[in-house]
Design a protein. Sequence first.
Length: 389
Amino acid sequence: MENQFTKQETLIQEATAYFKQGDHSLGYRMLLDAALHTDTIDVFKVTLDFVEIYENEEDDKSKILSDFIKCKDVIYSFKIKDKQVSKEPILKGKAIEKEYKRGEFKLGPIHIELHKGNIFGLVGENGNGKTTLLTILASLIKKTSGDLSYSFINSTNDVYDLKSKLVYIPQRTSKWYGSVIDNLKFALVHHGVTGEKNHVLVHMMIARFGLWKYKDLKWSELSSGYKMRFELARTMLRKPEIVLLDEPLANLDILAQQVILEDLKMLAKSHVNPIAMIFSSQQLYEVEKVSDEVIYLRNGKPTDLLGLKKQDDNALIIELDTSNSREDIEKVFYEYELEQIEYNGGVYIIYFKDNTITFNTVLSIIASNNFKIQYIRDISKSTRRFFVY
């Protein structure tokens, strides 16, 4: 039977399911997204009443399920029709290049097509052009050659239109003065939203990005993670169609990285208002978890990832951190035709020939031989394998 629910209704149902099963933070954020989609002051007010309850319940969020349901029912009552997302790319770059008069570095040629709902990860060692590419796509610096075009909703193709619908967040964001809430209110005034709607919408965005307990703090009083949350809140108040982020995970602890990554994916893959996103990072696995496509820059050029592979697509490559020796590894895997073992001083990279072994078999062999391991990962399809030579 065909699903008759709208995307908004599906989002609300998913939020409820997550909250009921104990994933309170995820369900809470999804509920706030659903409320924000209504763009309705009355809904915001009801939701903020629930936010107060949620934020004040420190011990057991399951106690407030009934309050969650009441809020959910109000949001659900405001019907939102599904929006049609254009099949045309919102950002299209062809043969983009950047050369500098001094120095030998050259970026490109880069070809890229980005659609709404797409997340592109940008990886590569420092100095390989990630920031240069992002700032070109953001129209902050000029390209040397190539074509770059955008296709926004109701586009007027002027500079203001571009700056309103495309947001670039640099790795080192500018210092701001005053409190979190005052800065967000001021930012929203610049986009023509004042009065009561400014007040409730800013509070909604503060709650959505986990800033509720920090809304009266100043820039110097926030950690790196909460500064990034502030930047995301300020960005989303603008209702952008493209977001470009340069190293959003830099200087964040592991938990903060995971929260930011979850939020980036939720924003880009929104059921109702998807956006296009490109972000750079040195956190390779994390990039791959949320990205539809990974752009790997080496010496300023996008590298053919498939062409870099050392063997056929079906071959297994394992990254292993163990106190066991190379001889131990060679002994237990002897019959599986090891192609190569590399050691970079921290971990072993183990290459197997095509169709000789599966990752599950590797796990079984390691367990049965009592290997002492700290870490193991299948990197056969990961860009990680290009950084371990």
